[in-house]
Design a protein around this ligand. Sequence first.
Ligand SMILES: NC(=O)c1ccc[n+]([C@@H]2O[C@H](COP(=O)([O-])OP(=O)(O)OC[C@H]3O[C@@H](n4cnc5c(N)ncnc54)[C@H](O)[C@@H]3O)[C@@H](O)[C@H]2O)c1
Length: 273
Amino acid sequence: MNWEEQRAVVTGAAYGIGREIVFSLAKRGCRVACLDIADDDNVRTAGRASELAGKQCRAYHCDIADPDGIDETFEKIFREFGGIDILINNAGVFSAMSFVGDTYEAALEDFHFNMDVNARGTFLCAKKAAPQMAKRGGGHVINVVTNHVKRYLFPPSDSEHSYDASKYAQLALNESLDCELKAYGIRVNAVCPAATRTPMLQSFFDSLGMEMTKETIGKCTGIPSLLEPDEVAEAVCSILEWDETQPTGRAMLLVHSEDCEKLKYGYVEELGR
Ligand SMILES: NC(=O)c1ccc[n+]([C@@H]2O[C@H](COP(=O)([O-])OP(=O)(O)OC[C@H]3O[C@@H](n4cnc5c(N)ncnc54)[C@H](O)[C@@H]3O)[C@@H](O)[C@H]2O)c1
């Protein structure tokens, strides 16, 4: 990977995992387009990324729940960056609902909230990026999914219906995108992080009135673990650095720091299951 030549789009770049992915890419010399709705934080991310990369990274206001906004933003990036080589579908939202307790309208709103960002956002960003990457002979897509799609270790909860449906849709897209795009030299993979110290997880624990610690996470998920967002970001960059002998269409489970570390050395079957 010649990082100095790479141009990346990262969605959800203002804070959390996305911001750390931006920094990990930038410190390798990659030029990054930062997409988010939290403009002030996003501008700060892009400013720091420019310092790390030694080249101009940019913040773009883009609500990935808005199809027209995605279309316009990607066209602008193609003009300003001359194309893109890497797409990181990271932006995500999370909310809980009850089939019994919520009104029909509230349930529908919850469903759209999660599906529009987590599933349709991934779908549409890939739709903008893929033809342009294919024309240039290749590229990379990484989808940030969740450990929830690894049911052999993480059973469902009674309230994460819309989030989980949207994340399974994103996982399905990871596989079908790979199926079409590998013929064009575009490598598609996903990471499935477990609990990671971000504002999203913090607000979940705030809503439960619980402290966010490995122990409390263990009580919720059965596995006491808490990743730092920069560990997930480094795992994403390790996958981007894999050569053509490494597989695509995989969804790598990240629970412990060692899982992120291991990916530096290539595919780990146990994590890709
Ligand atoms: N934190 C965790 O424990 C955890 C675990 C598994 C998966 N994930 C996934 O990782 C990804 C990042 O999560 P995080 O924990 O960093 O979340 P976060 O809420 O801390 O950050 C999400 C970022 O996405 C942005 N965003 C939200 N809606 C947007 C929209 N409509 N358009 C553009 N940007 C938008 C936010 O402004 C923010 O910058 C998500 O896809 C999430 O589902 C997180």
